[in-house]
Design a protein around this ligand. Structure first.
Ligand code: UT7
Length: 333
């Protein structure tokens, strides 16, 4: 039997309309547009501020666009995976809610939790379902409503994050394109540096946890920054080397959009010029599982069949890795 590759055949995305600017953030906490731009690189972020709407709302918008752009009959979808740290509910999965909202009758669905690295892990996971030969159309969606767990009284975290979602369609091909290789890593010793203190089974919600603001993102930024730079750089370099990709062979680097200084450091280490690095952090901030596919959503028209792409991300856990993709089509669908 011929070897099956998993190729990305389309992208769909969605960001909410409401724009939260740095000037507005400067009214909430002691900060400035200048500090946020120089230390993080975010100018504005989108916020899903309508009551009663959660992550599945944004995922549905992104996946609907994906179905349209790829001319997919919803009955043909075999599997939906959603990467998110901000599910609609603890249970059931956001993926199952999404399936219902999209009217997918023949798909099974589950969520993946790998924080900001969720989309990267899911690319390899989704690709393996395709490579098995048993699944023909797999939708992977990365989405987060980070505003639901950002403490807007904490100046060290609130400027960073935004809301958004985007999705890829994965399909089988015998051509030499698609998700070619991946290095994925986890180190649970990262727990103290980036987590939410309460709301899980270790510390269920109570008046105490609410009074003590324990349902927000807790981050020791400097430590996370240091690990993000070294781990994303190391793993991207290792992945390029083992696929014999020189810096000139790499057409694009797609880094997790957490901090422009981290993105610049990874590009510098890979010796790839800034025009080959996808960056949209200034408009969306860190949308966690949404950043990588939202980059492709924004830059799709510049991509050509056969382009070599390195995706890389780092997140809570710690989780990190890099995925090598040979792009499968020309321009925007
Ligand atoms: O996506 C998951 C992975 N997450 C990341 O990759 C995030 C990694 N970390 C970071 O991006 C950065 O560490 C931050 C953006 C979170 C913080 O930037 P930093 O340059 O590491 O700042 P810092 O925490 O070392 O703080 C430097 C100073 C402190 O003041 P003092 O103690 O030196 O007087 C902070 O209080 O900057 C202060 N500061 C601020 N000042 C103005 C922290 N936040 C702000 C702010 N405005 N918003």
């Amino acid at each position: 039997m011929e070897k099956l590759n998993a190729v990305i055949t389309g992208v769909g995305g969605y960001v909410p309309d409401y724009i939260l600017t740095n000037d507005e953030i400067a009214k909430m906490v002691d900060t400035s547009d200048e500090w946020i731009m120089t230390r993080i690189g975010v100018k504005e972020r989108r916020i899903l501020n309508e009551e009663g709407l959660g992550t599945s709302y944004m995922c549905r918008k992104a996946a609907k666009q994906l179905l349209q752009r790829t001319n997919t009959n919803p009955d043909d979808v075999d599997l939906v995976i959603v990467a998110t740290s901000t599910p609609d509910y603890h249970f059931p999965s956001t993926a199952s809610i999404l399936c219902d909202k999209l009217g997918l009758k023949n798909a099974f669905a589950f969520d993946m939790q790998a924080a900001c690295c969720g989309f990267l892990y899911m690319m390899e996971t989704g690709a393996n379902f395709i490579r098995s030969g048993r699944y023909k159309k797999v939708i992977i969606v990365g989405g987060d409503k980070m505003s639901s767990m950002v403490d807007y009284t904490d100046r060290a975290t609130c400027p960073i994050f935004g809301d958004g979602a985007a999705a890829f369609m994965l399909e089988p091909t015998t051509e030499n394109v698609g998700i070619m290789d991946a290095i994925l890593q986890t180190d649970g010793k990262g727990l103290p540096f980036l987590h939410m203190k309460a709301g899980g089974s270790v510390c269920p919600p109570s008046y105490f946890t609410v009074d003590n603001r324990m349902h927000y993102i807790y981050q020791e930024g400097r430590t996370v920054f240091k690990y993000a730079v070294s781990n994303m750089s190391d793993v991207s370099a290792e992945l390029a080397a083992r696929n014999n990709l020189t810096k000139d062979d790499i057409n694009w680097i797609i880094p997790h959009q957490a901090n422009l200084r981290i993105i610049d450091a990874v590009a510098h280490r890979m010796e790839v010029p800034s025009e080959k690095v996808m960056v949209n952090i200034e408009r969306y901030g860190n949308t966690s599982a949404g950043t990588l596919p939202l980059c492709i959503w924004d830059f799709e028209e510049k991509l050509k069949k056969g382009d070599n792409l390195i995706f890389t991300a780092f997140g809570a856990g710690f989780t990190w890795g890099a995925v090598y993709v040979k792009w499968g089509y020309d321009g925007k669908k």
